[in-house]
Design a protein around this ligand. Sequence first.
Ligand SMILES: [Zn+2]
Length: 398
Amino acid sequence: MRPRAAHLALLLAVCLLAAAAGAQQVTVIDAKGRTTVLTSLRFEDHPYLPLSGLTGPWEAAGTWSELEGRAEVKMPGRSLTLSADNTFCQIDGKSYNLYYPVRLYQGELWAPMELFTRYLIPLWGRTISYDEKTRRLSLGGLPAGAPPPQAAAKGSGAIEHRAIRKVVVDPGHGGKDPGAVGPTGLKEKDVNLEVGLRLKAILEDMGLLVVMTRDDDTFVPLSGRTALANREAADIFISIHCNAAPRKKRARASMRGSETYFLSLAKTDDARAAAALENAAIQFEQPDNKTKNMDEVQFILWDMVQNQYLTESSDLAEYVQEALGSSLPFPSRGVNQAGFYVLNGAYMPAILVESAFISHKDEEALLKKSDTRRKIAQAVAKGLANFARRHQMKLGGE
Ligand SMILES: [Zn+2]
């Protein structure tokens, strides 16, 4: 028995070493500017941080339940619960999916970096940040006793007076993914890019900061687009696309017009078709991409996270669609809702604009013109300005 047990222990040790390869130093900076250097480990090629190293900089009270394999971190007005081998965590009493499980390793609970980049930074505010290049994680400035952001958002009118400073403009498709292609060969990715770049220029003139998910003909994975928006702590996410009629549809040649979407479960067959079309971009992504494995449950969870911005998203969609309908020759198909991957996981009002049907020959002809592309960009900017006015949100500035 003994040699076999030793053999097993050795095997286990080798496995653990292999699993937790690639140790790196991460500098954690607390609210008072003090730094602690933590060792970050990689599990299945994803970086993790030890939870115990974080409670100090946060000046938080941590409790650990051996029996349940669960850790709770409590600060005034904030809470975080992590469970070993579980991809779900609780932040301020709400459940979120980390995609990567929390790990119990060498008597420590290890949290995937996603916890910070995907959740804590957008949920707990801009004072938490992570710089991938320098590997510096700043945990400073959590306002003691401040109510969590969700509670503030639900308070009377609190959300009404937020400012809009930073907008992410997302020209759909790009690189190896052409998007939809028109009857004479016009590629959606090219239309989207020019509209996006023009929109950027207009928004910058309005005093806004604009971050582009791409500013040339390169391929950007769908999940990377909202991840960028969250990392940048943007206030608004606008995805620019052109629609195309489904191949099998009888009325294919006659489908036309502009429409604006916000994220939700699809309500109509046409909405489902538009979402399926845009989501098909996933086929161009790496086969091991996490988004590909996004199942229904995870989708609904994302949907819930986005839910707190649902009213604003649908409202923004209304204003943008109104501007598109009144300033372009494309008939307005109105505002619609569907499950677009690219809008998933955006912690901000997020919309997807289908400016026209590239599959319709007249609309394709118009989409070829720079003047049309300029008008689309102007309409989207006008819609955003009207939305901001309606919600008494300041546009641009500090
Ligand atoms: Zn598209």
